[in-house]
Design a protein around this ligand. Structure first.
Ligand SMILES: [Ca+2]
Length: 237
């Protein structure tokens, strides 16, 4: 009997308001510059605070030592890039030298997604950094995505009026090569959780709990290495 059910029955059942690939209601499908990372993650439901693909320049960023940063053409558009390892910026305590902070935004709970390419292989400490909870130049968190972890590389760090200190004892390498990679950082200030994802958007590369800093500024950069950044999106509140 079932094989006699006409095809139009299925059309009525499946088409109205439904994405037939995922089974999700169409209104919940998120489109973003990082569409491959969008999913059922609850952080995708927070309002978009900021996006930048750098096609219009770098005016949305406060760049500390702009001599070491430049807008670059990567063949499929522009990126904001660190173009030399050295920096004129001398931090008061030992901490990253290449810092670009998003202007006019502070968040306590947020997710930042971006694309990054490491443009010079400097060995074990080859890194990019994500800054957040930034209060001032000597009080903030950052994630150091270092190639080979040790107490000063490949860890979630805190700068608190003293040289940076690792909050994690990570042992996972960051698999840098000459390609673009996807990074996501999720901060929940109530739970105190910090999660950093590298390419695998389901399983954190590192995570930790800390509540020292709440609302603060957010940025990108490196301890002393060279990277290109693109397709930045921040959702939060
Ligand atoms: Ca771009």
């Amino acid at each position: 009997m079932f094989k006699l059910v006409p095809a139009y029955i299925f059309l009525i059942v499946f088409f109205p308001g439904t994405n037939w690939v995922t089974g999700q209601s169409v209104k919940t499908v998120v489109t973003s510059p990082n569409a491959q990372t969008a999913g059922t993650d609850h952080t995708d439901e927070m309002p978009v605070l900021f996006t930048d693909n750098f096609e219009g320049g770098s005016s949305k960023w406060e760049i500390i030592d702009d001599q070491s940063w430049k807008l670059e053409d990567h063949g499929a558009g522009k990126s904001l890039s660190i173009i030399q390892r050295k920096s004129e910026y001398e931090p008061k305590v030992r901490s990253p030298r290449h810092i670009a902070l998003i202007k006019d935004i502070e968040a306590a709970d947020f997710v930042i997604k971006f694309k990054v390419k490491s443009t010079k292989d400097t060995g074990n400490h080859r890194d990019c950094c994500v800054f957040f909870g930034y209060q001032n130049p000597t009080n903030y968190y950052y994630v150091h995505l270092g190639a080979k972890p040790d107490p000063h590389s490949g860890q979630i760090m805190i700068v608190k009026d003293a040289p940076r200190l690792a909050l994690t004892k990570n042992e996972k390498k960051t698999p840098w090569d000459d390609s673009w990679h996807n990074v996501k950082l999720v901060r929940d200030s109530q739970k105190g959780t910090i999660e950093i994802y590298f390419d695998d958007m389901k399983n954190p590369h590192m995570s930790v709990k800390d509540t020292t800093f709440g609302k603060g500024r957010i940025g990108l950069g490196s301890f002393d290495d060279m990277n290109a950044f693109d397709e930045v999106e921040v959702r939060g509140k």
